[in-house]
Design a protein around this ligand. Structure first.
Ligand code: ADP
Ligand code: MG
Length: 394
């Protein structure tokens, strides 16, 4: 790949760490010991490892919130130790756990921090604040004048991301940014980050101790041991398939197969179908359609084709219309959801199916448990082939 092709659409820049070491005063062993790694432009690289292994120290040396004791770091080909630290930091977005918002400033002023420092004029800043809030899914009119304490944890994290992105820096450092929110909100924030990144193509260094989060978000993940020693640095698929050593294998865990579900999107696997009917349609016709489908149940849709209720043949036998019959669909997944998300959704449904919806929320098919089982066994056999230098014959 030539340089021009590789950098098309990418606003991020490469970061190179060479033999970077940090010794805190009064400590015998360095907190970070001679770490070398190249973080490619436009990728999300996740540093994952146990608490205390040196993730935060490594990350904060990149924006010089912590000064390296030795070694070199370059960003976009420029040595950071040759730069003025304030100038350096204004070119790097930084987002941390609990968002780190200034409590006495409104959401708008928080987001405006760096644009203000670098001298943008008022109207440009105001426009940018609204643009960033909308980008992270917060209505500007509702949120711009609130204070951080008037926001939920998830909303605070969104503001934190908006603030980190406000001056359009090529590099974003995120230190356990979603660590303090509940699991459902965390999942949503992760999905949003991936959606944003598909457009922005920044270079993002993301720190977490949560291996599942690393697998979900990383283009590459660096699994770190003590003193930030790199145990393995590769794509999530490669780390899951072939952990470099026992320690990494321990991180990957016994459920490596299930984690592989986070690597595949719903749109990449075949979808199942069932009988469907609009609410306005006749009960009898739907009963026949369900019978023809070979299943015991079907799905009732609204007039826009959006899923409303599961209905069984037994329920239909009692019903005069489709308007009330059946049990509400619990949740849906989109074509961009991961198979892990589909698994969680289908486990909550009594018939073990997840409804897939399209852009406008309309029904486009089902993910069944059989789809997931077939997918996992395909991944396993593909891996067995690559292990044995397989001939590709199936
Ligand atoms: P992580 O982010 O992976 O939890 P840190 O980078 O925060 O790890 O810490 C790495 C090691 O450095 C830990 O042993 C920690 O106790 C130590 N450490 C962190 N900050 C300081 C400091 N300011 N002074 C002395 N030791 C520190
Ligand atoms: Mg830390």
């Amino acid at each position: 790949m030539t340089e021009t092709v590789a950098t098309q659409g990418i606003s991020g820049v490469e970061i190179v760490l060479s033999e970077v070491t940090k010794r805190y005063p009064g400590q015998n062993d360095p907190a970070v010991d001679r770490v070398s790694m190249t973080i490619p432009a436009g990728e999300i690289v996740v540093l994952v490892g146990p608490s205390g292994c040196g993730k935060t120290t490594t990350m904060r040396m990149i924006n010089r919130l912590i000064e390296p004791s030795s070694g070199a770091i370059s960003i976009g080909g420029r040595e950071i130790l040759d730069m003025n630290p304030d100038t350096l930091r204004r070119g790097i977005g930084y987002s941390i756990q609990q968002a780190g918002l200034f409590p006495h400033m409104t959401v708008a002023r928080n987001v405006a921090t760096v644009p203000g420092l670098i001298g943008w004029d008022r109207s440009r800043i105001a426009a940018r604040v609204d643009e960033m809030l909308a980008l992270v899914g917060l209505d500007p009119d509702t949120f711009r004048n609130r204070f951080p304490r008037q926001l939920s944890g998830g909303q605070q994290q969104r503001v934190g991301v908006a603030r980190a992105l406000a001056a359009d820096p090529p590099v974003l450092l995120m230190d356990e940014p979603f660590g303090a929110v509940d699991p459902i909100t965390r999942g949503l924030l992760q999905d949003e980050l991936l959606r944003l990144q598909a457009e922005l193509r920044k270079t993002i260094v993301f720190v977490t101790h949560d291996f599942n989060e690393a697998v979900k978000l990383g283009d590459r993940i660096a699994v770190l041991g003590n003193q930030s020693r790199i145990l393995q640095y590769d794509t999530p698929a490669a780390v899951l398939a072939e952990p470099a050593d026992e320690t990494v294998a321990g991180f990957v865990g016994a459920d490596a197969g299930l984690k592989q579900l986070t690597l595949t999107r719903v749109r990449e696997v075949p979808r199942g179908e069932c009988a469907v009917a609009r609410e306005s349609e006749a009960v009898e016709a739907f009963r026949k359609a369900i019978g023809d489908s070979g299943r015991e149940w079907g799905l009732v849709l609204d007039d826009q084709g959006r899923p409303l209720r599961w209905v069984t043949l037994a329920q239909l036998a009692q019903a005069d219309s489709l308007r009330a019959a059946g049990t509400a669909v619990g949740g849906t997944v989109s074509l961009d959801s991961t198979l892990q998300g589909a698994l969680e959704t289908l486990l909550a449904e009594s018939n073990a199916n997840a409804v897939v919806t399209g852009r406008r929320g309309e029904y486009v098919g089902l993910i069944t448990i059989d789809t997931l089982v077939a997918h996992l066994s395909r991944m396993r056999s593909a891996h067995a082939h690559s292990d044995s230098g397989g001939d590709g014959g199936q």
